[in-house]
Design a protein around this ligand. Structure first.
Ligand SMILES: Cc1cc2nc3c(=O)[nH]c(=O)nc-3n(C[C@H](O)[C@H](O)[C@H](O)COP(=O)(O)OP(=O)(O)OC[C@H]3O[C@@H](n4cnc5c(N)ncnc54)[C@H](O)[C@@H]3O)c2cc1C
Length: 384
């Protein structure tokens, strides 16, 4: 019954990714957690190995693979070692920032930024959320007013992934307050633009190696040449790009949960109580059986979505279903696994403990589970 997702080229690429993960990720994870930041050298090493900009055409230095399965391999291999923070950072770069630039960027913008992003010399972020506007992006209050050949940008954003590391930030701003949802545009703000400053690096319960930050814009003069896509078309551009963001969060959820089940299988096979391995108790066996069954079902749907995406057919509703199912399953699975570790599962030195807190955000960012249900239900009922 199984339709194989990966082909030989993907498996060859997996070897490269696995070697990168063992050499450049595993030895540094504890330090990144303590510093709440991944090293820039890791981005550069990923660039050298061809792990960034996989879908970027070769003329800009990219991998030239318009095949999301390569990204899936990267996500899976990082999840295997519990590197959820780095996974989310790379995902913002490859699954969010780069598609915006590839689909909407002018030739000049592509030439200016793509090679650096592919090399890891430039790190990208996307700034939609504000202190007063998250799920409801129509509430965005950041404004950009046209003055001569520049947009003057004012406002603040929060919870921005790669917020501290970023060299380029796509900022959602209101460029025409009277135009409702047609009044938003996307502007690319560059690291050294006067008036752009980083706020706090935020302290979080999970994804602690991820530099999630506040960003502040005070009279930042953004050249008109940094407008991405259509003036007033920002909202539509966001809607067009959300499915890829959501399907890759679903991938991260699925593979993070698979990794935790694998660790649990090992642990319960070794740990004994009442004279036998924990894995010999029927409760453990039933829990494990339930979890792999649920994950196999999610996998089938997500794999189908990947094929649909590659064929240009993935809809917003399908992506919402994939994100909802995968992230809610991840939360349940990781919680059950932690229980099977007993007290050790609660200790930070056990990766299941980190996986538990890392999983919690998955049903919140990229659109909450409630927003995913709203999208699915509106499609079903036709009611708003
Ligand atoms: C670690 C982390 C990283 C992030 N990275 C980024 C990033 O890189 N860029 C970025 O722009 N944002 C980022 N975010 C922000 C994230 O996308 C938002 O937090 C998320 O969209 C929810 O918005 P909110 O926090 O304002 O919650 P709110 O919108 O205030 O929601 C609060 C609650 O109300 C519910 N709710 C809202 N509307 C409805 C409705 N219509 N029906 C039913 N329930 C509803 C929500 O589901 C939620 O349970 C990140 C967040 C986190 C935690």
């Amino acid at each position: 019954m199984r339709r194989r997702l990966y082909e030989k080229d993907h498996e060859d690429f997996r070897e490269v990714v696995r070697e990168f993960v063992d050499r450049e990720v595993v030895p540094h994870q504890a330090r990144w957690d303590a510093e709440h930041m991944v090293d820039r050298e890791t981005w550069l090493a990923a660039g050298r190995q061809g792990l960034l900009g996989i879908a970027v055409p070769e003329e800009y230095g990219g991998g030239g693979h318009r095949d999301i399965r390569y990204r899936s391999v990267v996500v899976e291999e990082l999840a295997r070692v519990g590197a959820a923070s780095l996974n989310s950072g790379f995902s913002v770069q490859d699954d969010i920032f780069l598609p915006y630039l590839l689909h909407l960027g002018s030739d000049e913008q592509k030439r200016r930024w793509l090679p650096g992003l592919v090399a890891g010399e430039l790190v990208g972020a996307i700034a939609m959320t504000e202190p007063g506007a998250g799920s409801d992006l129509q509430g965005v209050r950041t404004t950009a007013v046209r003055e001569g050949d520049a947009w003057v940008l004012n406002g603040s954003k929060t919870f921005i992934t790669n917020g501290i590391a970023s060299d380029l930030v796509i900022v959602v701003a209101r460029t025409d307050p009277a135009a409702g949802s047609r009044g938003f545009s996307l502007l690319v703000v560059e690291r050294d633009m006067p008036g752009f400053r980083r706020g706090r690096k935020l302290e979080k319960m999970g994804l602690v190696a991820q530099d999630t930050a506040e960003l502040v814009f005070e009279d930042v003069r953004v050249p008109a040449a940094n407008l991405l896509g259509e003036e007033g078309g920002g909202f539509g551009h966001l809607m067009d790009n959300l499915p890829v963001e959501r399907i890759t969060i679903a991938l991260q959820a699925l593979y993070a949960a698979r990794a935790v089940v694998a660790w649990t299988l090992d642990y319960t096979g070794e740990r004994t109580a009442f004279g036998k391995p924990i894995a010999a108790f029927q409760n453990t066996q039933f829990k494990l059986a339930d979890m792999v069954t649920e994950l196999d079902l999610v996998q089938a749907y997500v794999d189908d979505c990947l094929h649909a995406f590659d064929e240009g057919e993935l809809t917003a509703v399908e992506a919402a279903k994939a994100k909802l199912a995968a992230t809610e399953t991840q939360k349940r699975v990781v919680d059950r696994c932690l229980q099977l570790f007993g007290g050790y599962g609660y200790m930070n030195e056990y990766p299941v403990s980190r996986a538990f807190v890392d999983a919690r955000v998955q049903t919140i960012y990229g659109g909450t589970s409630e927003i995913m249900r709203t999208i699915i239900a509106r499609d079903l009922t036709g009611l708003r």
